[in-house]
Write a protein that binds this ligand. Structure first.
Ligand code: SF4
Ligand code: SF4
Length: 265
């Protein structure tokens, strides 16, 4: 009697074990996801900042897109050319001529050069300052508000408020684009690390108005455009812009600009 009870219990336990084993086996077959070795290697090559600068939600999204061929090997701006070179090896493709890019703030109107209509006391957040009367205390409604929203969002301590305007430390910038996305004045964009001239102004006001409120604002006089030997400068909407792909770094525009709105970097 006792022995048969033991045998029954053993059979039940063994049966349950076999049944659980079968269920787990089937679940494993159904839920199994193949680990893409390339994707894994790319993920390891990426810097792991998960900053979203690549346009994907985190490094794993970027790695998956590169592995599938949906994004170029240079998709990660933070890793720059060295990481692109590693990933191109993993993918077995040419890295191309991925250039290092850095953020640049197109405003030079600091506290000494640009006028203010009133003193502002309130939240140090440019998105808030941009909403107060007159779109902030600065006379120029295109210039840097100096509230430092870009500074607060930068994970790399690469941007600082200097005398009332944001300035990028190009050695520290990883081109993640976080500052670009947050600036309510749309003053920041990426330019090549080796750019030598850029326009520190985005004001679309007429020259006469700019002259009244900023010592270094672009007055759309076209002198830079006329003097650029490579046709790299265009004046549109009352402000000059430089096509960095065409610029040959001769420095003539910076030399000729009567307002010094174009500065050698
Ligand atoms: S300054 Fe900072 S936030 Fe802006 S692109 Fe460079 S690293 Fe990113
Ligand atoms: S660059 Fe833009 S976000 Fe940064 S301080 Fe100036 S206005 Fe604010």
């Amino acid at each position: 009697m006792m022995i048969s009870g033991v045998l029954i219990a053993t059979a039940v336990v063994a049966g349950a074990g076999i049944l659980i084993g079968i269920i787990l086996g089937v679940a494993d077959m159904k839920l199994h996801v193949d680990v893409d070795e390339k994707e894994q290697a790319i993920l390891e090559a990426l810097p792991g900042n998960n900053c979203g600068g690549c346009g994907f939600p985190g490094c794993s999204g970027c790695a998956a897109a590169i592995a599938k061929g949906d994004a170029p090997v240079s998709q990660c701006p933070v890793g720059g050319p060295p990481v692109a070179a590693k990933i191109s090896e993993i993918m077995g493709v040419d890295a191309g001529d991925a250039k290092r890019m850095v953020a640049y703030v197109h405003c030079g109107g600091d506290c000494d050069k640009a006028t203010q209509r009133y003193e502002y006391y309130g939240a140090e957040d440019c998105r808030v300052i941009n909403q107060v009367p007159g779109a902030g205390p600065k006379t120029c409604t295109f210039g840097c508000l100096g509230g430092g929203s870009c500074v607060n969002v930068c994970q790399f301590d690469a941007i600082h408020i200097v005398n009332g305007i944001a300035v990028v430390d190009k050695e520290e910038c990883k081109a993640c684009g976080q500052c670009i996305n947050i600036c309510p004045r749309h003053l920041i964009d990426l330019i090549p690390y080796d750019a030598t001239e850029s326009v520190r102004c985005k004001s679309q006001d007429m020259g006469q108005a700019v002259n009244k409120y900023c010592k270094v604002g672009c007055i759309a006089c076209h002198i830079c455009e006329k003097n650029c030997p490579s046709g790299a400068i265009t004046v549109e909407n009352n402000v000059a812009t430089i096509d960095q792909d065409k610029c040959t770094h001769c420095g003539l525009c910076a030399e000729k600009c009567p307002k010094k709105a174009i500065q050698a970097m």
